[in-house]
Design a protein around this ligand. Structure first.
Ligand code: URA
Ligand code: CA
Length: 438
């Protein structure tokens, strides 16, 4: 069959067989299948879905499209975490070093920003000198030395996802449970960790807009993990507002450093989700026996500064200037031409946010890409001053925009006004955590 036949099958709601999915992935990776045909198929999948069997076949074909990493010669349980994408989600930069400080072994490959959501690799590159493209042997050496290393997907790891991810980003084909599950799990499985903690985001700033959809994604990924004999736990957490206050690459890195420096209080959403993910990672690593024990270990790693030390050690090994990793040092990386407060047009309560739009506002200021070729400005983005439920006075700043290039400033401001809803009386708050799926 030809690619056009596969596309038509999906358009007609038919199932693709194991062999057909294999042929599609192989053909796309080799270049035989052009971007325009793959885009059409991806759009048909977004609209007409895939069943569990198709999603599992897609995951395995993608995983086998390139190299797989063998971490078995590293000591202990190798634990990885992954977030399904969100706005202001800086958990990796906090949790990976914290878990390492508690004795864990974190070997992780991360992605770049996709659509409105940020990516850890773009954030890492906001530190001058950091090289996220490390050979596997060097990656393992860093893990052995420091207990933690986060790099970009190296060379030939899941080339199918590399090509599909880039194409989906610019063709409106990100939002699909089977495509997201296959994208995440093919990479996680290929990257070789024994245990994986998945953070499935749900809400206005996530790819999953409903709790049911998010649970479907969580369950599908836990099932795929079982299929390949890995320990997988998925949590479903809220993304109806940015998780942290900062949205932008160096800005989010700064918030991670602030948290690891003990400057972010317990109860803060970013802090709490980091505790939840870290707890699951320590439990899977068999380093803690209960949630309470894990949490107190993680807290201790913040108070003692051991977590920040681990992050510094990792940045040093990646070639970056680790001396910048202090709250003050990070301020210099967040320096922009203009810091512009955005005044509220009315008084009341913040009753809701379109986190996706907040991600877009940061993106149009230069924090993310609109096309595959765009270059990111690490310093730009925005810092929120309000959370959902907060009181706000007319003229009070909703957020501060960090701006170098004013070309899209009006667009960013209007997007922010559209994103933040203010009303006379407070609304019910959404929970921070919806489910833990084992
Ligand atoms: N994160 C991924 O790695 N892949 C997706 O498709 C979406 C989020
Ligand atoms: Ca991400």
């Amino acid at each position: 069959m030809r690619m056009v036949d596969y596309i038509e099958k999906k358009v007609n709601h038919e199932e693709l067989s194991h062999d057909e999915i294999q042929a599609i992935v192989d053909g796309f990776v080799s270049g035989e299948i052009p971007d325009y045909q793959m885009s059409a198929l991806l759009m048909a999948i977004v609209l007409n879905d895939m069943n569990e069997r198709e999603a599992a076949d897609l995951t395995l074909s993608m995983m086998r499209s390139g190299d797989t990493v063998d971490l078995s010669d590293l000591p202990g349980v190798k634990v990885d975490k992954h977030s399904s994408g969100g706005v202001g989600d800086t958990t990796t930069l906090v949790v990976a070093p914290l878990v390492a400080a508690c004795g864990g072994t974190v070997a992780k490959m991360s992605g770049r920003g996709l659509a409105f959501s940020g990516g850890t690799i773009d954030k890492l590159e906001s530190i001058p000198g950091v090289n996220i493209a490390q050979p596997i042997e060097r990656f393992k050496e860093i893990v052995r030395k420091t207990g933690v290393c986060v790099i970009g997907q190296t060379g030939n790891l899941v080339p199918a996802d590399k090509k599909m991810y880039a194409l989906r980003d610019v063709t409106g084909t990100v939002q699909s449970v089977p495509l997201i599950a296959a994208s995440i799990m093919s990479k996680k499985l290929a990257a070789g960790a024994d245990a994986i903690v998945l953070d499935v985001k749900v809400g206005s700033g996530a790819f999953m807009k409903t709790v049911d959809e998010a649970k479907r994604l969580a369950n599908l990924m836990v099932k795929m993990g079982k299929l390949l004999k890995r320990e997988v736990v998925a949590v479903v957490t809220d993304m109806n507002q940015p998780l942290g206050l900062s949205v932008g690459n160096a800005l989010e890195f700064r918030e991670a450093v602030q948290l690891l420096s003990g400057q972010v209080p317990e109860g803060d959403a970013l802090y709490e989700v980091c505790m939840l993910l870290g707890t699951q990672m320590l439990l899977l690593s068999k380093l803690a026996k209960s949630d309470e024990e894990a949490r107190s270990m993680l807290k201790q790693a913040i108070v003692s500064g051991e977590g920040l030390k681990k992050l510094r050690a990792m940045i040093h090994e990646l070639g970056g200037d680790e001396t910048l990793l202090t709250p003050k040092g990070m301020d210099t990386l967040c320096a922009v031409k203009k810091m512009i407060p955005l005044p509220a047009k009315e008084s009341g309560y913040v009753v809701g946010m379109q986190a996706e739009l907040i991600g877009r506002a940061a993106q149009v200021l230069g924090a993310g890409r609109a096309t595959k070729e765009d270059i990111i400005d690490p310093a730009v983005g925005l810092v929120m001053h309000k959370r959902v439920g907060d009181k706000i006075e007319q003229g009070e700043a909703i957020c501060t925009l960090y701006v170098n290039d004013e070309t899209n400033l009006n667009d960013a401001m209007e997007t922010m006004y559209a994103a933040v809803h203010i009303s006379g009386k407070p609304d019910e708050l959404t929970p921070m955590v919806y489910a833990v799926v084992r």
